[in-house]
Design a protein around this ligand. Sequence first.
Ligand SMILES: Cc1cc2nc3c(=O)[nH]c(=O)nc-3n(C[C@H](O)[C@H](O)[C@H](O)COP(=O)(O)O)c2cc1C
Length: 349
Amino acid sequence: MDSFPDHSLSLCSLNKPITLGKTRLPNRVFYAPLAGCSDFAFRKMNALYKPGLMYCEMVKMDALVRNDYNTFRLLDYSADMHPIGGQICGSKPAIAGQAARIIEELGFDVVDLNCGCPVDKVTKDGSGSGMLRTPQLIGEVISQMVAAVSIPVTVKVRAGWDEESINTVEIAKIAKQAGAKAITVHARTRQQAYHGPANWEYIRAVKEAVPDLVLIGNGDVFSPEAAASIMQTTGCDAILVARGTMGHPWIAQDILQAERGIPVKSRGFEEIRAALYQHFEYTLQHQSVRNAIIDMRRIGCWYFKKASGTRAFREQISRANDADVIKKLILEFPFEEVLEEDPCATDSA
Ligand SMILES: Cc1cc2nc3c(=O)[nH]c(=O)nc-3n(C[C@H](O)[C@H](O)[C@H](O)COP(=O)(O)O)c2cc1C
C-alpha cells in the first residue's frame, strides 16, 4: 500500500516549498499545536522527520505579557525545530501585539492566533473558538499582531461555532484584510468538539471564496492517502496534521515520500520501541524524572496503539519511579508477543 494514487503523483504539491510573507517553508506538511502534547520532547521527535512547519501548543496572551515562567517553558525549543510557530490564545487587541512580539523575539518563524479551542474555560471570555462569534474582533486582534511583528501572522479557526453559524469564509476575508498570511481551517464546528468526521467541504469553500489567502486544511489526516485526499478535495495549499502525529512523528516523511512515489516504510515493533525510547530520552532532557515518567504513561500508548498489552505497560510504568526502570521496560516489554497473540486488540488509552 501506501503509494499515492496516480492523480496525486502529478500534483506533487506537498513537497513544494511555500512562502508565508518573507518566511520560506520547505514543504507543506505542517504539525499542529497540541495542548499538553506538543511539548519539547514531542517536537524534538517530530523534527527528525522534517515537517514544513511545527507549532508549539497554544499559550495565553495574558500569561505571556505578565512573564509567566511556566508559559515561557512551554515555548522552549531547539535549533533543529525550525521552522517553528508559536500560537497565542486570547481576545484582547490591547495586548495581542505585545504577545506576538514576544513570540517573535523568542525567535519563532510564525505566530498564530488560536480561534479554535473549544474548552469552556477558554471560550467563556470570548477566546479560542469563542472568537468565532465575534469575527470583527478577530480582525482587530490580527491587525495588532501584524503591526507588531515582521514574522508572518496566521490564524487557526474551526468551521464555525455550530452548524447554523458556519462563518469561515467571512473570517478568512477579515483575516486577509487584517494582514494574516494564512488561515488554517479545522473542518469541525466548536459544537462538534472532536466528534464525527471532519467535513472538508468547509475548507473547500474558503479556497473558492478567498483563493489568494494561503489555506491550510486540517482534520482527520492520519495517512498519506488522507493527505492526498484532503488536498484534492479542498484545493488547500498545505495541510496541518494533529492527532496523526501522536506516536507517528514520521507521518510528514511518510506523506512526502508517498507523494513522490516512494513506498511508505513499514515500521516494525523494534523500530517503534526505539522511537519511544528516544522520545523518553528527549523527555528527560526537558522535564524532571517524575514528570517524564508520568508523561510516558500516555506517550507509550500512542506509540503502541495497535498492540494489546499497553494497559499492562502503563500499569508497570505507573509503579516505576526511576528512569532506568522505565528504559528497561521500554526495551524489554513484550509488545510484539502480545500483538502476535491478538493482532486486533486495542486496549490503549
Ligand atoms: C490533545 C489536543 C490538543 C490540542 N491543542 C490545540 C492547541 O493548543 N491549539 C490549537 O489550535 N488546536 C489544538 N488542538 C486541535 C488540533 O490542532 C487540530 O485542529 C484537531 O485535532 C483536528 O486535527 P486532526 O483531526 O488532525 O487531529 C488540539 C487537539 C487535541 C486532540
